[in-house]
Design a protein around this ligand. Structure first.
Ligand code: ADP
Length: 435
């Protein structure tokens, strides 16, 4: 059904009003018509009704049509205005359009066709304008909301930045505290170890068996404490970025077998067999031998600590001309899949309880992880609860000193055992050595 258009005609002259009325009716459009004679009546009609279009005579007596156009346009009422002018007054029509009218019509050319055409296009343009206005308002609103959100975000970001600075400050303090306290602890610990060793020397004098046993305990516990202090010191150096690798060329299998030799007594004390396998053609590597020993020591002491019976295997392999692997495998308690991601975090232990069975500060693997990263290597874990664990490190034969300390890049799960692969990237800057 055709839409009924509500039209307001503002015309003082009755004859012209009737003519316009007739022309409007002859358009064939469904029109509901209101008629008023002056601007006052126009404004009151607009308060009480909604119109689709207003036909407004420019020549209202004692009234300025332009002022009325301004009044209508600046009110809340939005309606298309068609101005009726006399022939020869086209310039006035132009002014009215500038003032905000939609169209003008020359009275002498009034016909139902032109009126229908003007009416349709004025209403259509007006409606498009209204839609544009609404869209613009919505855009403005969204823009304002965006500005508010932007401000909120900036405040939050500032807050996070401040927290970050505060946290960095705390972390620096912690590292400083750890470094200085462990440094201070080393001197008395070395005295305790040194003097107990002197006491145990046969030439020092005769100690009773009970006294010997007590001094040995002092010595062993002193060594344990010193190891812990050294771990904390190393960790604080790594955290502060102060630990540097000192690479040299050495025989990898020699370092592995010497480290195994050093720790063998611990395995024997628990009746664990400790076996080393390794068949690599080229035994030479360019790395930091002291730090490599430290990595192995940490992995081996964990393997011994977390194994009650069975074996510990150490295996060296050459997986590529430029890459070697060292695996430490045990038949110990194993690690659950969900704990893989945490065990490399500093001070983290699977059993965090106070009454836990296994001692340790939870720094061993954190140090291993950082050192392997510095060497440009990767760590793989395969483990199953109650079956055992295997920690395998893969290292470049020649380390480079600008290793990327990036984040964990990939993780893999392997058959039977759950596995985690820590991948560390390294940039190419190796010394030009034939190994
Ligand atoms: P610590 O040995 O001092 O507790 P680590 O950083 O060396 O600290 O190891 C972190 C945790 O990872 C250990 O507390 C233990 O829960 C687990 N873990 C490490 N190695 C093994 C292993 N070979 N077998 C079982 N669990 C292990």
């Amino acid at each position: 059904m055709e839409e009924t258009l509500k039209i307001l005609v503002v015309e003082e002259n009755e004859v012209e009003r009737v003519l316009l009325n007739l022309a409007l009716r002859e358009t064939g459009m469904t029109i509901e018509l209101d008629e008023v004679k002056d601007s006052h009546q126009t404004l009151s009609a607009l308060i009480n009704n909604h119109y689709d279009c207003i036909f407004l005579d420019y020549h209202l007596r004692n009234q300025n049509c332009l002022t009325l156009i301004h009044k209508i346009n600046s009110s809340a009422v939005k309606v298309p205005l068609v101005i009726l002018i006399n022939s020869g007054n086209e310039a006035i029509g132009g002014e009215c359009i500038k003032a905000g009218a939609s169209e003008y019509l020359i009275k002498s050319t009034l016909s139902s066709e032109t009126i229908a055409q003007i009416l349709r296009s004025a209403i259509r343009i007006h409606r498009i304008k209204m839609q544009l206005d609404i869209a613009n308002q919505q855009l403005k609103k969204s823009h304002e909301q965006l500005i508010i959100k932007d401000k909120e975000l900036a405040t939050k970001q500032e807050h996070i930045e401040q927290q970050k600075i505060a946290l960095l400050e705390i972390s620096k303090l912690k590292s400083f505290f750890l470094a200085s306290i462990s440094h201070e602890l080393r001197t008395p610990m070395n005295a305790i170890i040194g003097f107990s060793q002197i006491l145990l020397r046969p030439k020092f004098g005769n100690l009773t068996n009970q006294q010997m046993d007590m001094v040995e305990r002092i010595l062993n516990n002193g060594k344990k404490l010193l190891m812990l202090v050294d771990e904390i010191l190393d960790f604080s150096h790594i955290e502060a970025g102060k630990l540097e690798l000192k690479p040299e060329i050495f025989d990898l299998s020699e370092v592995v077998s010497n480290t195994v030799k050093e720790i063998r007594s611990l395995a024997e004390a628990k009746n664990l067999s400790l076996l080393v396998k390794g068949d690599i053609n080229n035994k030479l590597v360019f790395n930091d031998a002291v730090r490599l020993r430290q990595i192995l020591m940490n992995l081996l002491s964990n393997a011994i600590k977390f194994t009650e019976s069975g074996n510990i295997f150490v295996e060296i392999k050459e997986i590529h001309q430029n890459r070697v692997t060292i695996a430490v495998q045990d038949t110990g308690i194993g690690i659950a899949n969900q704990d893989f991601k945490n065990i490399f975090a500093a001070f983290h232990q699977v059993d965090q309880g106070i009454s836990r069975k296994y001692s340790g500060a939870g720094l061993g693997l954190a140090i291993v992880d950082s050192l392997v990263r510095m060497m440009g290597g990767k760590i793989y874990i395969e483990s199953k609860l109650g079956v055992g664990s295997m920690f395998k490190i893969e290292l470049p034969r020649k380390i480079n000193l600008i290793a990327d300390l990036g984040n964990v890049v990939s993780r893999t799960h392997q058959h039977h055992f759950h596995a985690l692969c820590y991948h560390r990237k390294a940039s190419i800057n190796s010394p030009n050595l034939k190994l």
